[in-house]
Design a protein around this ligand. Structure first.
Ligand code: TUI
Length: 310
């Protein structure tokens, strides 16, 4: 091993392999984050909409399970984001990624605390803004991803972001194996962020119904809801997405649409209601065929990429 293993990203973060786990709401809790970090990648706790004290507890539990670096993803639509942002400093978190917004107002506080800050962006303009604000790297996330997405594909976004900034770029969206990792390197990325494949990891606490739905999913089985509200979200097509899209087509009000998705991710991830819940997943779900440990996933991806790149 060697061709793709050591990069600016592994160096900055002090990790073994250039693989970062997505900070997925409800999914990315301390067991998954610690397992990814212990396997040599960067595990992340997804703060999502959790109260700040829950995030503090997750950080402490993760520290108990790993001595390796791990990070926290701050979801910027969270009304508690200010409180979460401060707790990361108090708890001595080493790496922060952000999603679904502009983290500029926290940048100075995090940088002063020595935290590596890696905003997730969906456009060149946001990547440049983040670099100006002092970001250590950016995740360029294409619309193949699950969850809240932008509108540009990974293939188009990554090389344009790579050309626009001097900080390292991490590719995300549509990557789940060594071919995707090698391709990301060809586009100029220095690491990848993986979501969907880690959702079905052995160490992932996600309900078995959710994992089974992802494993069964084919290339065309996801849908994007929320285009009309300005918060597009990709998830596996089910009763909820069909009802949501029908309402959207009929021009339903925001509040009526909200009723369908309030608490719906928890419903799917924790309760296993994959009919009425939101089963967030990327378009690459069709490639994910079995449950494996985080260590197996990472080793397999690295070995495959090495073969392709040597
Ligand atoms: O954040 C994500 N993925 C997410 S967040 C999430 S929780 C949620 N659930 C329902 C509705 C909305 C959120 C589930 N999945 N990925 C990173 C990401 N960030 N993708 C796109 C963006 C983004 C979008 C706009 C980043 C910055 C941005 O800037 C807008 C601005 O403030 O100018």
């Amino acid at each position: 091993m060697g061709v793709c293993v050591k990069t600016k990203v592994t160096e900055i973060l002090g990790i073994e392999y250039p693989i970062i786990q997505g900070g997925m709401a409800w999914v990315a809790e301390h067991h998954l984050a610690a397992a990814v970090s212990n396997a040599g990648g960067l595990g992340l706790i997804g703060a999502a909409s959790a109260p700040a004290e829950v995030v503090r507890d997750e950080i402490r539990k993760c520290k108990a399970l790993t001595d390796k670096p791990f990070g926290v993803n701050v979801m910027l639509l969270n009304p508690n984001a200010d409180e979460v942002a401060a707790i990361l400093v108090e708890e001595g978190v080493k790496v922060v990624t952000t999603g679904a917004g502009n983290p500029s107002k926290y940048m100075e506080m995090w940088k002063n605390a020595g935290i590596k800050v890696i905003p997730v962006v969906a456009s060149v303009a946001m990547a440049k803004l983040m670099q100006r604000g002092g970001a250590d790297a950016v995740v360029a996330e294409g619309m193949e991803s699950g969850g809240h997405i932008g509108s540009t594909t990974t293939m188009s976004l990554v090389p344009q972001v790579v050309d626009a900034v001097t900080i390292p770029v991490i590719a995300a969206g549509g990557i789940a194996d060594g071919r995707g990792l090698a391709a990301a390197f060809m586009l100029g990325a220095q690491a990848v962020q993986i979501g969907t494949r880690f959702v079905v990891a052995t160490e992932s606490i996600v309900h078995k119904n959710y994992k089974e739905m992802l494993i069964k999913a084919k290339d065309i089985d996801s849908a994007v809801t929320g285009m009309s509200t300005g918060h597009p979200v990709r998830s596996i097509r089910n009763k909820m997405t069909r009802e949501y899209l029908k309402l959207e087509k009929e021009g339903a009000e925001f509040m009526e649409l909200e009723k369908l998705t309030l608490g719906s991710l928890r419903k799917a991830v924790i309760e296993g209601d994959v009919v009425n819940g939101t089963v967030m997943a990327g378009q690459i779900a069709g490639l994910v065929k079995k449950e494996q440990s985080c260590a197996e996933i990472i080793t397999e991806m690295i070995e495959q990429a090495e073969q392709l790149l040597k």
